[in-house]
Write a protein that binds this ligand. Structure first.
Ligand code: ADP
Ligand code: MG
Length: 701
C-alpha cells in the first residue's frame, strides 16, 4: 500500500467515495484524511472480558460471550424471515437472532464451532438474546490493528448510520487510514518536551488512541494527545500575548497624584482589604512597564471590585488620561455612575454617562466634551464601543462583568487611542481555574479572594413549595424590621410565555399576602420599557418599596445594602453561578442576610446538587469549580466564543493537571526563548507564525 498525504480529500479513501465523503463533511466536518485521523473514539469497550450466560443482566450495554453454536434454524416467511441460532457455554444458552444478511449467516455460521458473540443483550420471555451480534471465530486471528482488546466506539449520527458509517463503519475507515497513513504522521512537539514529560510520539499515540494495545497504551496515548491539544492552545494564547506586548507600547501611569491620594485619604469610607490593595498594586506595576496591561480581576460577589476599578481610573486621570468603565446593562451602568458620582461628590474629576438611552442632545454635548478632554471618567454600556465615541486621550478601559462581552468587543476599545489603552476586565463571579487559563489565557489574572471585614455570611435555606407560608411569614418578620426583600423569577426565552404567567401569578399572590398601603411592591422585568424599570428600581433603592419582584435583570451587580432577603423561585431552574450571583445581591449591609431557594418537590439529581451546594457554601471560587464539574465547560459563561468547546480529547474538569503542565511548559519556553529562535523550537515557531497573530491583532490593525 502507498503512503498517502494527510491532506488528501477523504473521498479518496477506499470505501468512502463521493456520497459518503459528503456525509462525513456535513455531519462531522471531516474533509481530509488528517481530520478523520483526529476523530477520536469517545469510549472503549473492554473486549478482554468474557461474560458467562448466567451472569447476564438486562441493563448490560455490551457483552461478549464465548460459546459453541448448538442450534441454527430459519424461521418465518418473507419479510418476517429470520435466523435464530443458539450459543451455549457451560452455564447456559442464549439466542442469536438475525433479520438481515441472512445469506451470509446461512453460509458462514457453522454449527458445532466455537465463536465469540458480541452485542447488547435483551430479555425476551425470560431468556436472553442478542440481535445482530458481531461474530468472531475463536481463537481470534491477529490483525494489523493489533489483537483487539479495547474496542473503540465512535460517535455517529442517524445520517451516517444510513451510509453504514456507524461506530463500526468508522472504525473500519480508521483501520485503513492507520495502515495507509501512519508513516506520514509528523511529530508536532519538540523532542525535549516529549522527553521531559515522558510523552510518547505522535504516531504511536494515534495508533493507540484508535486501536489500543492495552489499557496502559491507551492511557499513554490519551495523555500525549491531551497534552498536545492543551499545549497548542496555550502556545497560541501566550504567543499572542507576548507578541502584543512586544508590538504595542503601553501608556505610562508613572505617578500617583492628587486624585488618588485625596480619594484614598479623604473620601474612601472604609479601609481596603488586603486583597484589594494587592490587586491595586498589581495594576500599578502593570501600568508603569510601558506595556499594555490586559488584566482580569476575579473576585466573588461583593468582594469590592468596583472600588479597585475606580482607583485605577483615578490613577489614569492623575497621569493625564481619561478612563471609561463599561457595564453590560443600563441599570448597572447607571448604578456605577451614581455611586461614583456620589462618592466623588463633584470633586476631583468630571464623570459622565453614556447609554443607549442618552438623548441626541446629551450625546452631542458629551461627544464634544470627551474630545476636548473635559470628561475624566465615562461610564456606559455597549454604547461606548461605537465609533462615534472619541476620546481625547483614553488611557484605561474597565470592562465590568466581562462574560457578556466578546473578545471582539474588547478589541474594539483598543482603537480608541493611538497607543491602546490599558484594559481591566472584571468578572461577575469567579470562574474556575482551568477556564481562566483557557478562555482568558492571554490575560494576566488577579484574584480578590477576601471579603471586606465584618460581612456576615449569608444564610441559605432550601424550602419546598409546601413550605411557602413559612416563607411569607419570614418575609413579614424581616420587613417589619425595616429590611427589603428581592423575589426573583426565572424568565427564559424557551419558556417565556409560561414563565410570564408564573411571574404574574406570583405577583398576584404577593399582592394578596402583602396588601397596600402597608407594603409596597416594585416590579422589574426585561419586558418592561426601560423608563419603567428605572422608575421601579429607583423606588426600591430609595426604600419606598419593601419588595422587589423581578426576573434576572437584577442579577448582575445591583447594590441595595438594605435589602437583606433574596428569595429565588423555581431555584432548581437556575444554574449555579446564576444562583450565586443572585444571592450576592444581599449581604451588602450590616444586617444578617438570607437567601431562600424555593423549589418543587421533584428535583433532578443535578438540580438537587446545585441547591445543596448553595446551602453548603458561600464561596464563589468553590461554587465555580462545582459548576464546571456539573455542567462541563460548554454551558459556562464566556466559553461560547472562545473555542474551548472545540477540545477534542482534553477535558477541563478531569485534565486540570495536564493543562497546568502544558501552560507551565509554554511559559518556560517563552521565558527561555521569547522569539522561539532556538532550533529545537522551530516546530513551535512555525505554528505561531501561522496561527497566533490572530486573536486580537487582525481585529485592531
Ligand atoms: P463587586 O465585587 O461584587 O462588584 P462591589 O464593588 O459592588 O462588589 O462592592 C460591594 C459593597 O462592598 C459595596 O457597597 C462597597 O462599597 C463595599 N466595599 C467594597 N470594598 C470594601 C471594603 N474594603 N470594606 C468595606 N466595604 C467595602
Ligand atoms: Mg460589581
Amino acid at each position: 500500500m502507498f503512503a498517502s498525504d494527510l491532506d488528501t480529500t477523504i473521498e479518496f479513501l477506499k470505501g468512502v467515495g463521493p456520497k459518503r465523503a459528503e456525509i462525513l463533511q456535513k455531519e462531522l466536518g471531516i474533509f481530509t484524511y488528517g481530520q478523520l485521523l483526529t476523530y477520536y473514539p469517545f469510549r472503549y469497550i473492554d473486549r478482554t472480558r468474557f461474560y458467562k450466560v448466567n451472569e447476564l443482566q438486562p441493563d448490560f450495554p455490551y457483552v461478549q460471550i464465548l460459546g459453541r453454536i448448538t442450534g441454527k434454524e430459519t424461521i418465518g416467511e418473507k419479510h418476517k424471515k429470520r435466523i435464530v441460532a443458539r450459543l451455549t457455554d457451560e452455564t447456559g444458552t442464549i439466542e442469536l437472532v438475525w433479520f438481515q444478511s441472512l445469506k451470509w449467516v446461512e453460509e458462514n455460521l457453522v454449527r458445532g464451532k466455537v465463536y465469540i458473540a458480541f452485542g447488547k443483550p435483551t430479555v425476551f420471555n425470560g431468556s436472553f438474546s442478542i440481535s445482530h451480534p458481531e461474530l468472531e471465530t475463536y481463537p481470534r486471528p491477529l490483525t494489523v490493528t493489533g489483537n483487539m482488546t479495547l474496542q473503540p466506539v465512535y460517535n455517529s449520527t442517524e445520517k451516517l448510520k444510513k451510509f453504514s458509517l456507524d461506530s463500526k463503519g468508522i472504525q473500519k475507515l480508521q483501520a485503513l487510514l492507520i495502515e495507509q497513513c501512519l508513516p506520514e504522521v509528523k511529530e508536532t512537539m519538540p523532542a525535549y518536551i516529549l522527553e521531559k514529560y515522558k510523552l510518547i510520539n505522535r504516531r504511536e499515540a494515534l495508533l493507540n488512541i484508535h486501536f489500543p494495545k492495552d489499557t496502559v497504551s491507551l492511557q499513554r496515548a490519551e495523555r500525549r494527545l491531551k497534552f498536545e491539544e492543551l499545549f497548542f492552545i496555550q502556545l497560541q494564547l501566550l504567543s499572542s500575548k507576548q507578541f502584543r506586548e512586544m508590538k504595542f507600547k503601553g501608556q505610562l501611569f508613572s505617578i500617583v497624584g492628587e486624585r488618588v491620594n485625596h480619594f484614598y485619604k479623604e473620601i474612601l469610607p472604609f479601609a481596603l482589604t488586603g486583597a484589594q490593595k494587592r490587586v491595586i498594586k498589581e495594576i500599578r506595576i502593570d501600568t508603569q512597564r510601558g506595556v499594555q496591561m490586559n488584566r482580569l480581576v476575579q473576585g466573588d460577589v461583593g468582594s469590592g471590585k468596583t472600588v479597585v476599578a475606580l482607583m485605577s481610573m483615578l490613577l489614569a486621570n492623575d497621569n493625564g488620561f481619561q478612563a471609561c468603565i463599561m457595564a453590560p446593562t443600563e441599570i448597572l451602568a447607571r448604578q456605577h455612575y451614581h455611586s461614583i458620582a456620589s462618592l466623588l461628590d463633584g470633586k476631583l474629576i468630571k464623570v459622565d454617562i453614556l447609554t443607549g438611552n442618552s438623548t441626541k442632545k446629551q450625546r452631542t454635548l458629551l461627544h464634544q466634551q470627551l474630545e476636548a478632554g473635559e470628561i475624566d471618567i465615562l461610564v456606559g454600556t455597549h454604547a461606548l464601543i461605537e465609533d462615534k465615541v472619541k476620546f481625547k486621550n483614553l488611557g484605561l478601559v474597565v470592562i465590568d462583568e466581562q462574560h457578556r462581552f466578546g473578545v471582539e468587543q474588547r478589541a474594539k476599545l483598543w482603537r480608541k487611542n493611538d497607543i491602546p489603552p490599558h484594559i481591566l476586565v472584571m468578572t461577575a463571579t469567579p470562574i474556575p481555574r482551568t477556564l481562566a487559563m483557557t478562555v482568558y489565557g492571554d490575560l494576566d489574572v488577579s484574584m480578590i479572594d477576601e471579603l471586606p471585614v465584618g460581612r456576615k455570611p449569608i444564610e441559605t435555606r432550601h424550602l419546598f413549595e409546601g413550605q411557602r407560608l413559612r416563607m411569607f411569614g419570614f418575609m413579614k418578620t424581616e420587613i417589619a424590621k425595616g429590611r427589603q426583600v428581592y423575589v426573583v423569577y426565572p424568565l427564559i426565552k424557551e419558556s417565556e410565555k409560561l414563565d410570564l404567567l408564573h411571574l404574574e401569578a406570583g405577583i398576584e399572590q404577593m399582592r394578596y399576602q402583602f396588601p397596600l398601603p402597608e407594603y409596597q411592591i416594585s416590579i422589574v422585568h426585561g419586558k418592561m420599557p426601560n423608563a419603567d424599570k428605572q422608575f421601579e428600581m429607583q423606588r426600591f433603592i430609595d426604600g419606598k418599596t419593601q419588595i422587589m419582584v423581578a426576573t434576572t435583570v437584577i442579577e448582575v451587580g445591583v447594590n441595595v445594602p438594605n435589602a437583606s432577603v433574596m428569595i429565588i423561585e423555581n431555584a432548581e431552574r437556575f444554574g449555579l453561578s446564576q444562583l450565586h450571583q443572585l444571592r450576592g445581591r444581599v449581604g451588602r449591609g450590616a444586617e444578617q442576610s438570607y437567601c431562600i431557594l424555593m423549589s418543587g418537590q421533584k428535583l433532578s439529581r443535578e438540580g438537587r446538587k446545585r441547591l445543596e451546594t448553595m446551602v453548603m457554601t458561600n464561596n464563589g471560587f468553590e461554587i465555580s469549580e462545582i459548576d464546571l464539574e456539573l455542567r462541563g465547560p460548554g454551558d459556562l459563561a464566556g466559553t461560547q466564543q472562545s473555542g474551548v468547546l472545540d477540545l477534542k480529547l482534553a477535558n477541563l474538569v478531569k485534565d486540570q493537571q495536564i493543562l497546568q503542565e502544558a501552560r507551565n511548559t509554554v511559559i518556560e519556553i517563552f521565558h527561555e526563548d521569547p522569539l522561539l529562535a532556538l532550533p529545537e523550537n522551530a516546530l513551535l515557531k512555525r505554528f505561531t507564525d501561522k496561527k497566533s497573530r490572530g486573536i486580537a491583532l487582525d481585529k485592531i490593525s
